[in-house]
Design a protein around this ligand. Structure first.
Ligand SMILES: Nc1ncnc2c1ncn2[C@@H]1O[C@H](COP(=O)(O)OP(=O)(O)OP(=O)(O)O)[C@@H](O)[C@H]1O
Length: 320
């Protein structure tokens, strides 16, 4: 089956995963369905404990689902692991490699277990570890370890790449380099499924995404589809002596919610252009200059908070 003419490389239907049994059982994944086309970057986004890792482990064939069905490259990744594994690359959250081995030794060891492995030095250079070949794993920084994990996932030149929080622990530059590499892989036809806490990462990188919340998909689509119809935001500082009540009636400005903290006013609006035009016209009429002026359409962050609530614990402003 196709998505807009592209082959579906990952198909998930009614997937459930229950930990434990009987009345003590906990349903971490509660009947989710989605598919990923060849050459697409698909992000699974969610709060802590939403079920991202539980889902990805099933896609990787590390455990059998409690219910539902998974097809990766047309096969059941658990029952037909031998058919799927050589064509997929997996970057787990914790690589757990022997601390005493060097970067080059680790990659060579891994290459020995990987069918059709690329030369280790080439792959390490690709993730920016070309000058760290002789360094022991225990001496690597957290970010360098994530890059080593990524290199190992790439050794077999996989058709499908699973990345579980690939940029956690990376600094802004390392994160951008990883995004660039993931885009290059996608452009060369690799299908990438990644999990992330970082909204900017999903927004900037993913062709499509699903927001998981409490084991269910709360929203899915392209970043633009997921944010469509969500309120945008206008914020500014009112000059000394002015109050929110001095503005025209908020409902008449298209405002559907607001916050006022100190001198800063934040308006939530379904029509940012109209709200901005009306507020600026009011400021002109009144002879005011509004400082720290900012108008923006709904971001994935707003969509996410709308779904998951304000205690989401998600990373924000990553690349700042
Ligand atoms: N082995 C297990 N036994 C029991 N419960 C588990 C087990 N593994 C995960 N869970 C629970 O399942 C739920 C989903 O966990 P999961 O690790 O899939 O979430 P996640 O979205 O990846 O979260 P995070 O972002 O924190 O990694 C959580 O409530 C977690 O406590």
């Amino acid at each position: 089956m196709d998505i807009d003419g592209h082959e579906r490389v990952i198909e998930v239907t009614g997937l459930t995963r229950v930990y434990g049994a009987g009345s003590d059982g906990f349903e971490a994944v509660r009947g989710i369905s989605f598919s990923v086309a060849r050459g697409e970057i698909f992000a699974l986004l969610g709060t802590n404990g939403a079920g991202k890792t539980s889902t990805v482990e099933l896609l990787e064939g590390l455990a059998a689902p409690t219910g539902g069905e998974i097809r990766v490259l047309g096969h059941d990744p658990y029952r037909e692991r031998a058919a799927v594994r050589p064509r997929t690359g997996v970057m787990l959250q914790e690589g757990g490699f022997p601390a005493e081995l060097t970067v080059a030794e680790t990659a060579r060891m891994w290459a020995g277990c990987t069918s059709g492995a690329r030369p280790a030095a080439e792959v390490l250079a690709r993730v920016g570890l070309g000058d760290r070949l002789g360094v022991r794993v225990k001496q690597l920084s957290g970010g360098e370890r994530r890059r080593l994990d990524l290199a190992l996932a790439l050794l077999g030149d996989p058709e499908v790449l699973f990345l579980d929080e690939p940029t956690t622990g990376l600094d802004a530059e390392g994160r951008r380099d990883t995004w660039e590499l993931v885009r290059t892989l996608r452009d060369a036809g690799t299908t990438v499924l990644l999990t992330t806490h970082y909204l900017e990462e999903a927004e900037g990188l993913a062709d499509r995404l699903a927001i998981l919340h409490a084991g269910r998909i709360a929203a899915a689509g392209t970043p633009a589809e997921v944010t469509a119809g969500r309120p945008g935001r206008m914020s500014f500082q009112l000059p000394e002596g002015y109050h929110l009540g001095d503005l025209p009636p908020l409902a008449a400005l298209g405002v559907c919610g607001h916050e006022h903290e100190g001198r800063t006013v934040r308006l939530h609006t379904t029509d940012p252009q109209r709200t901005a035009a009306d507020v600026l016209a009011w400021a002109d009429r009144t002879g005011l200059r509004l400082h720290a002026l900012d108008v923006r359409s709904a971001s994935l962050e707003e969509a996410f908070l709308g779904i998951a609530g304000h205690d989401s614990g998600l990373g924000q402003g990553v690349a700042a």
